[in-house]
Design a protein around this ligand. Structure first.
Ligand code: FE
Length: 409
């Protein structure tokens, strides 16, 4: 129970750092399909927690009309700017009152399902925290006040790791300690051919080679959909030899991973480089399989919980792809978790025997249209990611903290 309460507090503390300063001139922001108005999104975080933790069985919200304001399944995206929302301070008050009541209920005990729903709500909050984080990048706001990464440099790694493949259990195992969404259930055997995977994510220096070779103008690197999507001649937020990080323009850091690329750009880069994206099964095997014990690990480094030395998560900035050597996978792959999300070749689909969980809108509506990303970014709260966690976005999205890692053809 103490661990659950600590988790609820930690998620809220993180949200406060990334979003609670977005009031005033920034509380609505431009009406774009890829962002939410912060005043709405903060209220929605509270609403979700209240809905699943305090209102099961049809109880009323403590906020009149809350469902008509904050239910993301029914409130159309472009309406979120024109609803009669509570003021920014009242929104924060509602959100924090919900948390107080949830903690009270957890302390009181006796509700069999509450722990599940409280953990669901923290992960939901964590994902919105990352959304606030990339919204700040999208809109050119200052970075949130979070600790900068650093202090964990590694030896320079290069080239591919050799992975023998074979039979692998893809997905989450029942009874594991991590919170598991329906789309990860349950582990099932897949057979993988031997393959070679890069020890690091693709760096800015490597991606610059693609840009300078005219990659954005050469038809042969792009799929039909990618070519039709492409409306730029360099990556999002790049301008010549500089790129924008939140509200600042900086020289392109060569050893940091390329970030803010769409799946189409990831695919085009692979064609240029004579490489390919891993499938999500290959990715998960590479991140989690220990060839000595023949066991699957919760994280690339083992089963121990995350610490700041193991992966760049819930932080303030990207780090070099060579950092965090203690987080290496058993195959010697660096940063399979943290720094940037990695696009995979795989379309987001249900695993065999899929059964939807109570929060039905989480996975099922997006099967077949989204691509799978793995591993988490510097902005992902550590509670969210583990080796079998699946993230998913449409292939056109470049605003998220997504990069890629490649495999040999
Ligand atoms: Fe949500």
């Amino acid at each position: 129970m103490q661990a659950l309460i600590a988790e609820l507090h930690a998620a809220r503390a993180h949200t406060r750092r990334v979003a609670d300063d977005l009031g005033g001139a920034r509380e609505f922001g431009p009406r774009l399909p890829i962002v939410n108005p912060p005043r709405w999104e903060l209220g929605h975080v509270g609403w979700f927690q209240e809905f699943w933790c305090l209102r099961r069985g049809g109880r009323e919200s403590i906020l009149p009309n809350a469902d008509a304001l904050y239910n993301s399944a029914t409130v159309a995206h472009d309406k979120r700017w024109i609803l009669p929302l509570p003021s920014f301070p009242s929104t924060l008050e509602y959100r924090d009152e919900v948390l107080r009541r949830v903690i009270e209920r957890v302390r009181a005990g006796g509700e069999a399902d509450l722990a599940y729903f409280a953990r669901l709500a923290t992960r939901h909050e964590d994902m919105h925290a990352e959304a606030f984080h990339y919204t700040r990048q999208t809109l050119g706001y200052p970075a949130p006040q979070l600790p900068a990464p650093g202090g964990f440099p590694g030896n320079r790694v290069s080239g591919d790791a050799e992975l023998p493949g074979g039979r692998f259990e893809l997905g989450a195992r029942p009874g594991g300690p991590e919170f598991t969404f329906d789309n990860e259930k349950w582990s099932h055997p897949v057979i993988l051919a031997p393959f070679r995977m890069s020890r690091t994510a693709v760096t800015n220096a490597e991606y610059l080679g693609f840009v300078e070779a005219g990659g954005y103008r050469k038809r042969e690197y792009w799929s039909d959909e990618g070519w039709a999507w492409k409306d730029r001649t360099e990556p999002l937020y790049w301008r010549g030899s500089t790129l924008r990080r939140f509200d600042r323009w900086v020289p392109i850091p060569p050893d940091e991973p390329i970030v803010h690329v769409s799946w189409y750009e990831a695919e085009a880069y692979c064609r240029f480089a004579g490489r390919r994206l891993p499938t999500e099964a290959e990715w998960e095997y590479a991140a989690s399989f220990d060839p000595v014990s023949r066991m699957k690990r919760r994280y690339p480094w083992g089963d121990d919980a995350w610490t700041t030395a193991l992966a760049n998560l819930e932080g303030g900035a990207l780090a070099s792809v060579h950092g965090y050597p203690r987080g290496d996978s058993a195959f010697g792959l660096r940063q399979m978790i943290g720094n940037v999300w990695e696009w995979t070749a795989s379309t987001f689909l249900p695993y065999p025997g899929f059964v939807r969980d109570p929060y039905q809108e989480y996975s099922e509506p997006w099967f077949g249209t989204h691509k799978v990303l793995r591993g988490g970014s510097f902005a992902t709260p550590s509670r969210v990611v583990h080796s079998s966690f699946r993230n998913f976005y449409t292939p056109d999205r470049a605003d998220i903290f997504a990069g890629l890692r490649t495999c040999a053809l």
